[in-house]
Design a protein around this ligand. Sequence first.
Ligand code: KIV
Length: 277
Amino acid sequence: MSAQRQESVRRIAAPDITAQKGKTPIVCLTAYTAPMAEILDQACDLLLVGDSVGMVVHGLPNTVGVTLEMMILHGQAVMRGSRRAMVVVDMPFGSYEGAVEAAYENAVRLMKETGASAVKVESGPTIPDTIAYLTRRGVPVMGHVGLRPQAVLVDGGFKAKGRTGAERDRIMAEALAVAEAGAFAIVVEGVAEGLARQITEAVPVPTIGIGASAGCDGQILVTDDMLGLFDWTPKFVRRYGDLRGEIAQAVANYAADVRERRFPGAAETYFAKLVAE
Ligand code: KIV
């Protein structure tokens, strides 16, 4: 066996994630770049190249403007940076809702061009058919129910879901249909604890919560939110760092050093001794 093969690490795959249901909580975060993926890889079971990249990295107002090409570029970067965690790439708005054949073509492009192991689609009345079509053709699919960020223009904002009994029934029915269609796991976003627990009990695959309480089989957050990169975060985010403050302080220190001619010093200068002699 070659040294390269001995060193290779088996990536976590869709069946491994499904098998974690009811055993160990599934740890997931979003990732968009190679260096961040490298840092997150050891601690996470699953890295999601979320279409939130449009808002987090590209400054878009929502995820509707995210393209397949953007998802491919970020998917490639995350695959290069990670070795162990399962990588799932979001199918962006407009790439899977029109026809199952187009969804298949786009999902295959995402998987072939990035090397990622699965795609994620947000739910809707036609989506179980799409998930069934994709999974029967070898594309592992993660579902996404509850608050659907790609429906922001229909919903008029990012609003928690399940305020009425009818809405809760619809979300539960969607989750059941997504699982029945063959999804290996389901993101549950922006719902109350009671509904999250009911869905988790009802479906045979793991639920991954975001703003959906501890009643799910796993959790996901937008990494930049939990690292404290933004001055505002939604209620459901716990900040595990203050990167915004640390970066601002580091940049202020750098600016002061440049202005006071303290940077660069001898340690950061080539052949500094030669010049001094
Ligand atoms: O795009 C994304 O980051 C997501 C998560 C919020 C689940 O879909």
